[in-house]
Design a protein around this ligand. Structure first.
Ligand SMILES: *Cc1c(COP(=O)(O)O)cnc(C)c1O
Length: 404
């Protein structure tokens, strides 16, 4: 008789987005004529940039001819893409990362979930609270998180670093020493970030304590302030303690196209074992490469036209962000984020819980957002709105909220 991986049984249901969907469906059924504006789920809405479309069309045509057909891609990615990544995302920022330290993938969700595989089962992980759920859940699946306590909504073996308005959403060094530290900066869900100097302190802390930092930089393209690092490798010593994960989903609208990459520096070692070698082995065994057409699309994001078009796309979303932020502030809300990330994190008014505010907003403004408590216990009393909607919908939602 086969057995299952019992760790999966420990996972508490992820009710967040299904509960939201159910509540919205119930409301729509009871109020058929009402037009609902959704600023909940973190998915982009703008079409792919023309330079990207052009590159994809060309690659499709190549696939249709024997002379230019491409079969399996190299496991770690085509050189044309890895070279473009190094040039634009690292060399241009003074980071000494080489093309063979780039591992092209199908996105940062899979990378952030898979990376724990190359670490020992007894490693203690540290995460920010609130947090992107993938980091914790992937460690639950591999048995690294201990026992779940439903009352506190925490795992016994996970180290939580609360990020709230009290500490300005800057994670503090935990009392217990972690082995693996997950940092997502700029942050989803809070939309906040930390300065390069503050990130340097984390790099120093990791090097000193022998921890590894898993650095999720999915929102790097949204950084607008000059004292914020675009890569953790801008910090001195990061190559001996950090893995960086990047995605084309949010900067280029690739959520449905699928492309990302991980950086595992050769200097990152445990004793004399190179993590670069381990991730190469893992990739070679379990991944058969991102599609040629998609890698050509990724390359196009770095062309002069691609860059200019994507800058405009990011600016479009960030205009929404600043409109939501200033509009809510004028209406008396306490708001965070929206400067270096396309998320607005607001304090719920009148001591409402996150879910009470969700219902209030849905019923009175017909606007859907995401309850902060869904991202972790320290998210209680907060609420997330995304800037990924259209300008018209964002403006409409804001007008409704301001009339409340
Ligand atoms: C959207 C997002 C990603 C990107 O995931 P993909 O799989 O590349 O689409 C990664 N991390 C965080 C925190 C995100 O919000």
């Amino acid at each position: 008789m086969f057995q299952i991986n019992e760790n999966y049984q420990k996972l508490p249901g992820s009710y967040l987005f299904s509960t939201i969907a159910k509540k919205v469906a119930a409301f729509t059924e009871a109020n058929p004529g009402k037009d609902i504006i959704r600023l909940g789920i973190g998915d982009v809405t703008q079409p792919l940039a023309p330079a990207v479309i052009e590159a994809m069309h060309k690659a499709v045509d190549e696939m249709g001819k024997a002379e230019t057909f491409h079969g399996y891609a190299p496991d770690l990615g085509y050189d044309f893409l890895r070279d473009a990544i190094v040039e634009n995302d690292y060399k241009s920022r003074g980071c000494d990362i080489s093309a063979d330290e780039i591992f092209v993938s199908d996105g940062a969700k899979s990378d952030s979930a898979n990376i724990q595989e190359i670490f020992g089962p007894k490693n203690r992980i540290a995460v920010c609270d609130p947090v992107y759920p993938v980091y914790v859940d992937s460690n639950v699946m591999s048995g690294r998180t201990g026992v779940y306590d439903a009352r506190s909504e925490t795992w016994s073996d996970v180290i939580y670093m609360p990020c709230t308005m009290e500490n300005g959403f800057v994670p503090e060094f935990p009392k217990e020493t972690p082995d693996m530290i997950y940092l997502c900066l700029p942050n989803n869900p809070t939309g906040t970030t930390i300065t390069k100097a503050q990130l340097q302190e984390w790099v120093d802390y990791a090097n000193k304590s022998g921890a590894v930092i898993i650095y999720d930089g999915a929102y790097e393209a949204y950084i607008s302030e000059s004292d914020v690092a675009h890569s953790i490798y801008e910090c001195e010593g990061a190559k001996t303690c950090a893995i960086e994960l990047k995605s084309f989903s949010k900067n280029a609208g690739f959520t449905g196209v699928r492309l990302g990459y991980a950086v595992v520096p050769k200097d990152l070692k445990c004793g004399d074992v190179s993590l670069h070698g381990m991730w190469t082995r893992r990739h070679g065994t379990k991944f058969n490469g991102a599609p040629y057409i998609v890698q050509r699309a990724g390359e196009a994001t770095y062309s002069p036209q691609g860059k200019a078009q994507l800058k405009e796309q990011v600016a479009y979303y960030m205009k929404n962000a600043s409109m939501i932020k200033s509009g809510l502030q004028e209406a008396g809300y306490t708001v965070f984020g929206g400067v270096n990330a396309p998320y607005i994190w607001l304090k719920t008014p009148d001591k409402m819980t996150s879910w009470e505010f969700f219902d209030y907003l849905l019923h009175n403004a017909n606007v859907v957002g995401t309850p902060g408590s869904g991202f972790g216990p320290s998210g209680e009393g907060y609420f997330r709105l995304t800037a990924f909607g259209s300008y018209e919908n964002t403006l409409g939602a804001l007008e409704r909220i301001r009339k409340l």
